[in-house]
Each structure stands twice: as structure tokens, then as C-alpha cells.
Write a protein that binds this ligand. Structure first.
Ligand code: CAA
Length: 434
């Protein structure tokens, strides 16, 4: 047992005492620079944000959702309400009209929104993660002032376009081209599997450069859907996220001014990869919301449904499935809280984000599978929500890096074939500077 009277009572004295005992010399500067300790307790502000996202899910997403999902009908009105509630600008600094909360809060919003339905979290992923945060990371001050206020308030909606019919996991084999013509680029090509394709007012797209001396021939642009030569078309018949809009984008001799280019010529692939650092974070945190939703439904059902005179929750094999879901939720939260903390500190987090996305999406699909199992035949119908969780969670193992891509990335990091170098352009750390 620790003898308490051996330690000085004041925590600062305790720190000095521990340093002395460990043989550390007194330093004039803090030993760990600007990095603050990882803290798993949520602040009052974060708890409030989590609570308001939960209530939004209950009051503004769930009513009518089952019917919309059955009818493959998306709800643009819900996106407007998300903007009004401030979620679309949750981690955008106040000087760009955002809520100015930290990046852990972004994860909490994604978790609670996806607890209601994946469609709302998908909108967070593309609008906030892949588009707005990438603009925060790579945009010039003029570009941020031009676009971020409308995005942070939801006055405008945004999407992201990397994937093409022949460029999925192999993101570098893009065929969409940007050809320089005076002050403009002429863009031709096609993107597919684009969330909010029919709704977004603007898209961050990645193209190949037709003529360039850059080592990596890619460039990123923010394009407006009203630009002549732009069109979109919805994709029908999806397995999941049926109440969300997904489609294709087409660019035909679309002229885009060079001041809409994000980053330099040659930066396009890096812009895309850093966008995925933000998008994958929102997917990883949202996946925990699916696990929680599976638990909500399964615990209720296991307590209400009786077999042989007792609730099925008393059956050990059902308990095993519940316990496994709890494990997924708790591990998942720790993984995404860590990535949120790293974003707050301004640390590179590609490896940790890939790990969180990979682990949490697999755990969410497993939880949904178990939730269907617990519900038996009822779980196989849309009378209960678990079949929707099952279909929605499958998609997250494909988009924003397939399960296999993340498996390979994790192995490559461990084997020393892949490392995360310091970045030239970093996401602003939290607290934001004025
Ligand atoms: N931030 C900044 N720069 C980065 C970066 C990051 N996160 N990751 C890599 N880079 C840089 C590297 O440092 C490197 O730069 P140098 O040449 O100067 O060294 C350059 O980018 C190339 O990086 P890599 O060598 O790591 O690239 P790679 O070819 O090995 O990448 C891959 C392979 C990891 C599999 C990558 O192609 C990949 O992630 N593929 C999956 C694509 C994906 O997730 N698509 C999802 C589309 S979005 C979507 O689905 C959303 C939706 O709407 C549904």
C-alpha cells in the first residue's frame, strides 16, 4: 500500500518531487513543448455538444426515417436543419462563422448522429471532414474567407470527388484531367460514388494535370455546381444509406479559374490523402454510434423477449453478443478520442486514423450482425432498425479506404514500409488562434 504521507500534498509539489526522485534536472522550459496530456474526461462543452447531437438525432432524423429508407428517398431538409443546429461548422473557427469547438467534439457529433442514421453522419463526413477541414488545412486565407463562412453555417453544402470508375483504392490512376488555359483550367472527366452529388453547391475534386512539370501530376480544385459543363446523376439501388443522396459527377470542358485551385500544382494527391485523414475520422467515430444503436435495440429486445419463461437477456450466448458489442464501443471510443486529441494537438495522425477507421467499421458491422442474430427473424425485417444498421455498416467497410486497404496500411507501418513524415500544410490545432 502507498504511504500517502511520503508524498507532498500539492500536485505541483508532487510533480517536482517525482522529477527529483526520477533524477530529472530542473528546466527553464516545459519538457514536452505544446503537447498537453491525453485526457479521456469530456469537458462540459463536449458533453453539451454530444447531448444536443443525440437530441437532434431523436427529433430531427428518426421521425419518418424508416419510410424514407424504404423508399430510397433522401431528405435535403434534414441537411438544412443540421446547418441551423451548427453541426456543419462544429470545428470551424468562429472567425469563419463556425461553432469553434474542438475535433473531439466533431467525433462526438458524428457518433450521436450516426446512432440515429448513417445519412446524417455521411453528410458530416463529406461536408465537414473531406471538404471544409481540407480547405482549413490547405486553403489560402483568401480562399478560407471566400468559402468557409457559407459552409460553416450550412448556407452552402459541400461534397468531395476523388473516386472514378477506374480509380477506387488505386486513387492515383485518375483519368479526370485539368488542362491549363491562360488564367483557367479546363476540366474533363467523371467522378463516382459521390455523397450529396445532387445536393452540394460545391465540390473539392482531385484531377490529373494534363501538362505539368510537377513530380506528382495532380491538382485539387473547389468547383461550383453552377459552372457550365457540370452535371450530376443519382446512383440507384444501393444496399445501404438509402435515405442519403449518392451519385456521379460529370465535367465537360468545365472552365475553372486558377484561384479555385487548392494547394499548388502537384499537391493534388496530398490534398486528397489529407482530406481522407479528416473523412476517415468522422467514419470511425460514426461507427461507434452504430454500435451504440445496436446495443440500444438489442438490450431492449433482450429484456422484452422471453423464451422458456425468462428474458433472452438471461441466456449466456445472448450475453456474449452484448458483451462483444460493449467491447467494440469502448475500444472504438478510445481509438477515435485519441485521433481527435492528436488533431487538437496538431500532430500527424494518418496511421492512427486508419487504425480507428479499420477497427471501428469492422466492429460496427460485427455488432450489427449480432444485433440481427439477437432479434432472430424479426431482425431480418424492417420492422426493427437492426437490419438498417446491418446494411449501413457494410458500406463503411468499403468507402474512405476499404477494409483491405487499411489492413495493408497497418501492416506496412509495422513492417517499416510506410512512415508518416511531417506535413508542409497542417490542420490548425485547437484552441484556434484568433
Ligand atoms: N497527408 C498528406 N500527405 C500525404 C498523406 C496524408 N495523409 N498520405 C500520403 N501523403 C503524401 C506522401 O507523403 C507522399 O508524398 P511524397 O511523394 O512527397 O513522399 C504522397 O502523398 C504519396 O503517398 P503514398 O506513397 O503513401 O501513396 P500511396 O500510393 O502508397 O497510397 C494508398 C496508397 C494508401 C492505398 C492510397 O492510394 C489510398 O488511401 N487509397 C484509398 C483511397 C480511398 O480511401 N478512397 C476513398 C474515396 S473517398 C470516399 O469514399 C468518400 C465518399 O464520398 C463515399
Amino acid at each position: 500500500m502507498i504511504q500517502r504521507d511520503l508524498f507532498p500534498s500539492h500536485s505541483c509539489c508532487l510533480w517536482l518531487w517525482l522529477c527529483k526522485e526520477a533524477g530529472f534536472q530542473k528546466r527553464s522550459a516545459p519538457p514536452f513543448g505544446r503537447i498537453s496530456a491525453m485526457d479521456f474526461a469530456l469537458t462540459q462543452e463536449q458533453e453539451l455538444i454530444r447531448e444536443s447531437a443525440y437530441k437532434f438525432g431523436q427529433n430531427s432524423i428518426l421521425p419518418g426515417l424508416a419510410e424514407r429508407d424504404r423508399a430510397h428517398q433522401s431528405d435535403k431538409e434534414m441537411l438544412r436543419r443540421m446547418g441551423e443546429a451548427g453541426f456543419l461548422g462544429v470545428c470551424i473557427p468562429p472567425n469563419y462563422e463556425g461553432m469553434g469547438a474542438d475535433y473531439v467534439s466533431l467525433g462526438l457529433v458524428c457518433e450521436e448522429l450516426e446512432r440515429a442514421d448513417s445519412t446524417a453522419r455521411v453528410a458530416m463526413s463529406v461536408h465537414v471532414g473531406l471538404h471544409s477541414m481540407t480547405l482549413m488545412q490547405w486553403g489560402t486565407e483568401e480562399q478560407k474567407r471566400r468559402w468557409l463562412p457559407d459552409l460553416a453555417t450550412g448556407r452552402k453544402l459541400a461534397g468531395f470527388g476523388l473516386t472514378e470508375p477506374n480509380a477506387g483504392s488505386d486513387a492515383s490512376s485518375l483519368r479526370t484531367t485539368a488542362t491549363k488555359d491562360g488564367d483557367h483550367y479546363v476540366i474533363n472527366g467523371q467522378k463516382t460514388w459521390i455523397s450529396l452529388a445532387d445536393y452540394a453547391d460545391q465540390f473539392l475534386i482531385i484531377t490529373k494535370l494534363a501538362e505539368t512539370t510537377a513530380k506528382a501530376p495532380y491538382a485539387a480544385f473547389i468547383i461550383d455546381r453552377n459552372t457550365p459543363g457540370f452535371s450530376s446523376r443519382a446512383i440507384k439501388g444501393k444496399l445501404g444509406v438509402r435515405a442519403g443522396n449518392t451519385g456521379e459527377l460529370f465535367f465537360e470542358d468545365m472552365r475553372v479559374h486558377h484561384d479555385c485551385r487548392i494547394g499548388e500544382e502537384g499537391d493534388g494527391f496530398k490534398v486528397a490523402m489529407s482530406a481522407l485523414d479528416h473523412g476517415r475520422y468522422t467514419v470511425a467515430s460514426g461507427a461507434v454510434g452504430i454500435i451504440q444503436a445496436c446495443l440500444d435495440a438489442s438490450v431492449k429486445y433482450a429484456n422484452e423477449r422471453s423464451v422458456q419463461g425468462e428474458p433472452i437477456g438471461k441466456k449466456q450466448l445472448v450475453q456474449q453478443m452484448i458483451a462483444s458489442m460493449v467491447q467494440g464501443r469502448e475500444v472504438g471510443r478510445l481509438l477515435y478520442y485519441k485521433v481527435g486529441w492528436m488533431k487538437n494537438q496538431g500532430l500527424r495522425h494518418t496511421k492512427e486514423c486508419s487504425l480507428a477507421k479499420w477497427t471501428n467499421c469492422a466492429a460496427a458491422f460485427d455488432a450489427a450482425n449480432k444485433a440481427v442474430e439477437i432479434h432472430g427473424a424479426y431482425g431480418y425485417t424492417d420492422e426493427f432498425p437492426v437490419e438498417r444498421y446491418f446494411r449501413n455498416s457494410r458500406g463503411a467497410m468499403i468507402y474512405e479506404g476499404t477494409h483491405e486497404i487499411h489492413t495493408l496500411m497497418q501492416a506496412e507501418y509495422e513492417l517499416g514500409y510506410r512512415t508518416d513524415k511531417p506535413l508542409d500544410y497542417v490542420l490548425p490545432s485547437y484552441p484556434f488562434e484568433d
